[in-house]
Design a protein around this ligand. Structure first.
Ligand SMILES: Cc1ncc(C[n+]2csc(CCOP(=O)(O)OP(=O)(O)O)c2C)c(N)n1
Length: 341
């Protein structure tokens, strides 16, 4: 095949795939950028944890980046995000900066929770991010509440919420979906099926084939997507967002991926069979999309290296600046707890 033919072929497959999704080349680069930013940020969080600078838990969504970035990319500015502990990518897509997230994880006084929490249990009302509640599945009824308010006010914003393969076995999941479906609430619920709930493998959690089949019981659409393929995740979330915005009610999406690290930094995940990592490593969401962008001629080696360097420079300086910020003063400990007279 001649070079020109290869070029044409690449351009065709690129334009076909992106135009089918109503995405531009810049969107493809942005999707990739957010996934790389997420992974590099979380790697730096693990380093800070090992240096003793982060004293709470340190969770990563390694392997989950296409799920968090691809799904949240389908949201508009006025939409609401209820993220879980594997969804830092969605925070970035929504507009939070590494500096803000370092302040939060380092429990600094100027962080979102003003030093009360060292992980992701905070809201950013300006960006409409409400996450996350530690008690698994307890967020879904709250996401329903926001969705109900939107419906009552006749606003066309939607709510995107995530839950794990473990968390979706908690009663709240079923109660909330039953309510959302009969009330046709603008909710998109993504089950991040990443093979383990802490150390519990899937076969000890449920006996059905697909978790998305649970949607049948609520009379709503349910779909299973390859959670390592960012364009697939985006496409299905987009459909669900459009449906919710049109007033047609909730959707359930099961995104199948793998939790490539332990539950949290303290967990060596020795219970995970090595072969599973080998298999899923070959399906790494970032490497997969990187190859596509190279093949399509959207990104080359030099641009890629530059992107990594720029991201890491931003992360290093943001972390250094955040570390210099003070912890909250002891005298403020009850601020925000008791109403002031
Ligand atoms: C109701 C409840 N039970 C147990 C826990 C402790 N816990 C926190 S995360 C977690 C595992 C969650 O697994 P999964 O929902 O599959 O999400 P993943 O961490 O794998 O992304 C457990 C058991 C909790 N926070 N809430």
């Amino acid at each position: 095949m001649k070079v020109e033919e290869i070029q044409t072929k690449k351009t065709n497959s690129l334009s076909q795939e992106l135009s089918r999704l109503n995405l531009l080349r810049e969107d493809a680069i942005r999707l990739y950028y957010y996934m790389v930013l997420t992974r590099e940020f979380e790697n730096s969080i693990l380093k800070l944890y090992r240096q003793g600078k982060i004293i709470g838990g340190a969770y990563t969504g390694n392997g989950n980046e296409a799920t968090s970035v691809g799904s949240s990319y389908a949201l508009g500015k006025t939409d609401y995000l209820f993220p879980m502990h594997r969804d830092i990518g969605a925070h970035f897509v929504k507009g939070q900066t590494p500096y803000q997230l370092y302040l939060q994880h380092l429990a600094r006084g100027s962080g979102f929770t003003r030093g009360r929490d060292g992980t992701g249990h905070y809201a950013d009302t300006e960006l409409r991010i409400y996450g996350n509640i530690s008690h698994l599945a307890a967020m879904i009824p709250l996401a329903n509440g926001v969705a109900l308010a939107l419906k009552n006010r006749k606003e066309d914003s939607v709510v995107l919420n995530y839950i794990g393969d473990g968390g979706c076995n908690v009663g709240d999941f079923h109660e909330a979906l039953a309510m959302a479906s009969v009330m046709k609430l603008p909710l998109i619920l993504i089950i991040e099926n990443n093979q383990f709930a802490y150390s519990t493998p899937l076969h000890k959690q449920y006996a059905c084939e697909n978790l998305s089949d649970r949607a049948i019981g609520y009379g709503i659409p349910g779909v299973t997507v390859d959670g390592t393929d960012i364009l697939q995740v985006y496409a299905e979330t987009r459909k669900a967002v459009d449906r919710a915005r049109a007033g047609d009610g909730p959707s359930l999406i099961e995104s199948v991926t793998m939790r490539m690290h332990g539950h949290s930094a303290h967990d060596d995940a020795s219970y995970v069979p090595k072969e599973m990592y080998e298999i899923w490593n070959k399906r790494d969401p970032i490497r997969q999309f990187e190859r596509k962008l190279f093949d399509w001629g959207i990104l080359d080696e030099d641009e890629n290296t530059k992107m990594f360097e720029e991201i890491n420079h931003t992360l290093t300086t943001s972390a250094e600046d955040a570390v210099k910020e003070p912890y909250p003063h002891g005298s403020e400990v009850t601020d925000g707890v008791f109403a002031k007279k």
